[in-house]
Design a protein around this ligand. Sequence first.
Ligand SMILES: *Cc1c(COP(=O)(O)O)cnc(C)c1O
Length: 378
Amino acid sequence: MNRQIHMVDVGTQYRNMKSEIDQAIIDVVESGQFINGPKVKEFQVDLEKFLDVKHVIPCANGTDALQIALMALGLKPGDEVIVPAFTYVATAEVIALLQLTPVMVDVDPNTFNLTAEIFEKAITPKTKAVVPVHLFGQCSDMEPIMDVAKKHNVYVVEDNAQAIGADYTFADGRTQKSGTIGDIGTTSFYPSKNLGAYGDAGAIFTNNDELAAKLRMIANHGQGQRYHHEMIGCNSRLDSIQAAILGVKLKYLKNYSAARQAAAAFYDQAFAEEEWMQTPTRQHNSTHVFHQYTLIIKDGHRDALKAHLSAAGIPFGVFYPLPLYDQEAFKHFVPDDLDLPVTEMLCKSVISLPIHTEMDEEILNHISGVVKGMFKTA
Ligand SMILES: *Cc1c(COP(=O)(O)O)cnc(C)c1O
């Protein structure tokens, strides 16, 4: 195949809606309202409707969103925050930055997510918050997690950077969007995320009016009224041009998720007979929006598959090659007896194949053909 294959194809995606995006950008430039203009408010309201959540607080990026969320909870230095060790660094970084103590825990080997059991076992009298990460596009099992959190009086901040648009179904049949179930949810609109801007951007969600007021204030230098600063905050704004772009793309998010799900279903079927890998597990009570299509490669063959894909010019990702507790920056937070075998196994055996909104049969056939040829080449 002589077409270039991308992990994420934002170029083709743009060309498919070029006139709308171009117009949205021109409108902002002509309005001259680059910061907190009407486009930011418009996107905020559209996203509140889409998520069916009371408050969306736009901000500068997904890491800030997590930091502001934790700042709003009024925690004290040394308070413990439980976080899965198999995640992007940002989730734990903000905890450490705020002088809170990240308590790293393991994840479920099939969903890659935190479970209520793992969470409950890690609770101590110092535990004040937990940050479930909806990794690769599927919700953590939020109903039992919320039950445990309520029982022990622990705040829940959902890191929804990878799962925007996923639906979680409660035992009574009610559904809610990922990121709107905990006390606070956060997301990132980094360009390669499922709803990606053309630069940095992020948002915070909550159904709690009091927390919303505080989050809004913290994101804006701790001021309610202009030049009256009630608390220490930061400067974390969503820029109007990014908001205008996100407003256009939000209309397509359902289609984007469907395109990712179709590509995942194609891979699943192509790999159904391959005993040397495990395809992504679907949880019965969450839809999967496939931020990543991540395989577990058995018997230590992961690195051979990397070489095989590279030789064929097919990009891939390893999310994540190192557990948080093996990162130099976090060594002070790792107890001597920490043993997280699932995280350890996943870091050695996961690989993510290209998945995006612009995949077609030719590309999917080619990639899956190469993967399946792994043990067939002489
Ligand atoms: C991308 C990501 C973040 C950080 O978002 P930025 O916008 O890059 O700051 C946080 N957590 C997870 C799980 C992510 O994937």
